[in-house]
Design a protein around this ligand. Structure first.
Ligand SMILES: C[S@@+](CC[C@H](N)C(=O)[O-])C[C@H]1O[C@@H](n2cnc3c(N)ncnc32)[C@H](O)[C@@H]1O
Length: 211
């Protein structure tokens, strides 16, 4: 009988990621979110939290590069992009992308974000997730604690009308967090991308147009 690792390798999104050069199948979750909500529209300054091994950074780079060509008009435009990924784990280098190996819940993170961007951000992505211990309720609460930290970063750093994606786990306190997030965005959507495994209780909150 195939073990968990072998089963993972037989999975269609895993195979597609291998073929298309993405570091993880998670890339397709972000591509799906983009297709539905167009979060990358005019995004040039992008922060990716919980970025290892780096497939969301690869996707972010693709859209930021497209934006440099697509939006050369009198509206909001930058002639360069800046993307930074933060993770406790090391991310192997990606050309033109910076990474910081750090815990996003620490206070020093703010200084590092400030000194890199020196401006508010267009888009903040977070696929960060706690290491599950297997108890659904405890994992849900621990993940929400991480989400509240991320929302703090969003409040401090996202520009007016900027967009955000945050991964949460469904459970009893999910609505409370969603309500708090809703208070700072014009629109809030929750979405489970096709590449998200059915048995997983992960769900993505998409905040559009920060107030
Ligand atoms: C599902 S993976 C992210 C996959 C990534 N989006 C990609 O496409 O390659 C979740 C990541 O969150 C990171 N993480 C969890 N807690 C964190 C924290 N407090 N600070 C920074 N990174 C964290 C983990 O180390 C892990 O690499």
């Amino acid at each position: 009988m195939a073990n968990k690792r072998e089963l993972h390798k037989q999975e269609p999104f895993y195979k597609q990621a291998k073929k298309e050069g993405y570091r993880a199948r998670s890339a397709y979750k972000l591509l799906d979110i983009q297709k539905r909500f167009n979060i990358f529209k005019r995004a040039f300054y992008i922060l990716d939290l919980g970025s290892a091994p780096g497939s969301w950074l690869q996707v972010a780079k693709k859209f930021a590069e497209e934006n440099l060509e697509k939006y050369k008009d009198q509206f909001y435009y930058r002639d360069h992009y800046k993307i930074i990924g933060i993770d406790i784990k090391k991310v192997s280098p990606i050309e033109n992308i910076s990474t910081i190996k750090a815990d996003l819940t620490t206070l020093e993170i703010q200084d590092q974000i400030d000194s890199y961007f020196r401006a508010k951000l267009d888009l903040i992505l977070s696929d960060a997730s706690i290491k599950k211990i297997g108890n659904k309720f405890t994992d849900h609460i621990r993940q929400l604690n991480l989400c509240y930290n991320i929302l703090g970063i969003v409040k401090n750093n996202l520009k007016y009308k900027g967009n955000v994606v945050i991964k949460a786990f469904q459970g009893s306190d999910f609505e409370k967090f969603a309500k708090e997030m809703k208070s700072i965005f014009r629109f809030l959507k929750s979405y489970k991308p096709k590449a998200s495994k059915k048995k997983s209780n992960e769900i993505y909150l998409i905040g559009l147009q920060k107030k």
